[in-house]
Design a protein around this ligand. Structure first.
Ligand SMILES: [Zn+2]
Length: 152
């Protein structure tokens, strides 16, 4: 039983993130809120995030490294107070890890490129995936898609 299981690896055994910076550098490069979420794993207060109600068409990229994480067509209103997506832009952009903090078994969502904490994923999302990526607004930056009809 033990051997057949694909057990969660220790953090130390994981390949290092592509982008690595000393903590002091992250502190300088990020806002206080971005730093607390991405590098310290904090969760922003519900209904406070700048991108929660954003309905524009475009990409949600990592606030730490600019890697594309989610797209507007997978965003939905979950009512939870955090930006929610039913799938990542590309599966490889995020890394999932078991998280046993807060006395709950949750799955943490991490940016694969810089190792930044993004949020958690739950299994009560809408179709087609049934997944709910509950992501901190502070971990994201929004890049609108250029609309050719609106270019002058
Ligand atoms: Zn990143």
């Amino acid at each position: 039983m033990f051997r057949a299981k694909n057990r969660a690896k220790d953090r130390a055994q994981e390949p290092p993130a592509e982008i690595q910076k000393p903590d002091e550098q992250w502190k300088r490069d990020l806002t206080r809120e971005q730093y607390n979420v991405l590098r310290r794993g904090h969760t922003e207060m519900a209904f406070t995030g700048a991108l929660l109600r954003n309905k524009k068409t475009g990409s949600y990229v990592c606030a730490g490294c600019g890697s594309e994480l989610f797209r507007s067509d997978a965003k939905f209103n979950s009512g939870t107070g955090w930006p929610s997506f039913f799938e990542p832009a590309v599966a490889q952009a995020v890394e999932l890890r078991s998280d046993y903090s807060m006395l709950m078994r949750r799955t943490e969502v991490i940016c694969r490129r810089c190792g930044g904490h993004l949020g958690h994923v739950f299994r009560d999302g809408p179709r087609p995936t049934g997944q709910r990526y509950c992501i901190n607004s502070a971990a994201l930056a929004f890049e609108p898609t250029a609309d050719p009809d609106q270019e002058s």
